[in-house]
Ligand binder design. Structure first.
Ligand code: BDR
Ligand code: CA
Length: 313
């Protein structure tokens, strides 16, 4: 089993990603670290605890991380995720425990020292904690087995024409992470996640399943779905962070290409991921694997629903 730490800002798609990770027999979720992004750290941290409770994973510890981006102020994404980060659905499962006293970055540095080469890190929020860990200990990337991140886009963005939300929220952090020397990080960006689109039909299927997890997914995605209509005129919603978990469980569902990735930190393109596929830009060495649009959408939803609701296969 792959030992996994998820760095997250739950967040509705983060929530479903966490539920998938805890349910997957291929993943051993050893901790969540939280980061301010979709909403603030004082909201996402109890959300993380509450989600673990819903998932029956009360033993998985939660480490509180950074609230603010490195060097800039950013608005939250409450229009998409609600003021409570979970589309108004958190109160149905109050958490009964608190986060650890050790900080997210202290934990990331410690666990990778204790178990070098053993820990996969999945970052599905702004990259503030990960960059902070690199700043404090440049040896950190060398001890992480694998880094998978949801963020960026080779094509257009979702928060500006150029930028995707997680990278835009903390461009310096994203830039530093790509330059840090992680062993070929996997970037699951919008080119891929556009194909993890939950249609009203899938959402209705989830409603009919009716378990507590299904009720949570159905309820929490109502506001998220409204947001996709209001902002993009699309009927449904994108399960961005969930696709990044699927990439870990079954990489064949989310094909990648080697590319050189740099993040713009200034001007109207700030937060943009500039993706240079090595075949076209031979003067640059690949520093990442970038998920393409060739996602197996049907396979993704079969994995998601089959893992969360095995009795309904
Ligand atoms: C990313 O931004 C957040 O709103 C989502 O949780 C996801 O991590 C998509 O751009
Ligand atoms: Ca997220």
């Amino acid at each position: 089993m792959m030992k996994l730490v998820i760095d997250t800002d739950p967040g509705i798609d983060d929530a479903i990603a966490i539920l998938l990770a805890t349910a997957s027999p291929k993943l051993d979720l050893i901790a969540l670290t939280t980061v301010g992004g979709n909403v603030g750290i004082d909201v996402v941290t109890p959300n993380a605890l509450a989600l673990l409770e819903l998932a029956g994973a009360k033993d998985v510890p939660v480490y509180r991380g950074a609230d603010r981006s490195l060097g800039r102020e950013r608005p939250r994404a409450s229009a998409a995720h609600g003021d409570d980060g979970l589309g108004g659905f958190r109160p149905v499962f109050p958490a009964s425990r608190t986060a650890e006293t050790e900080s997210a970055v202290d934990f990331l540095l410690r666990i990778t020292r204790e178990q070098p080469g053993e820990i996969t890190v999945l970052a599905i929020g702004p990259l503030t904690n990960i960059a902070e860990a690199v700043r404090r200990d440049p040896g950190f990337p060398g001890r992480v087995a694998r880094l998978v991140l949801m963020g960026g886009a080779e094509g257009t963005g979702n928060i500006t024409p150029s930028a995707e939300f997680n990278f835009w929220h903390d461009p310096e952090a994203a830039s530093e992470v790509f330059a840090a020397g992680f062993d070929t990080p996997v970037m699951v960006g919008l080119d891929a996640t556009r194909h993890a689109f939950m249609t009203p039909g899938v959402r209705e299927l989830v409603r009919q399943i009716g378990t507590p997890t299904a009720r949570f997914i159905h309820g929490s995605t109502r506001q998220y779905t409204d947001h996709y209509w209001n902002r993009y005129h699309e009927v449904g919603s994108e399960l961005c962070d969930v696709l990044a978990v699927a990439q870990l469980i079954d990489p064949a569902l989310v094909p990648t290409v080697a590319a050189h990735v740099e993040i713009e930190t200034a001007g109207i393109c700030e937060g943009r991921s500039v993706v240079a596929r090595t075949a076209r830009y031979t003067d640059r060495t690949a520093n990442a694997l970038v998920a393409t649009d060739a996602v197996d959408t049907r396979g993704f939803f079969e994995l998601l629903l089959g893992t969360l609701f095995p009795e309904h296969r």
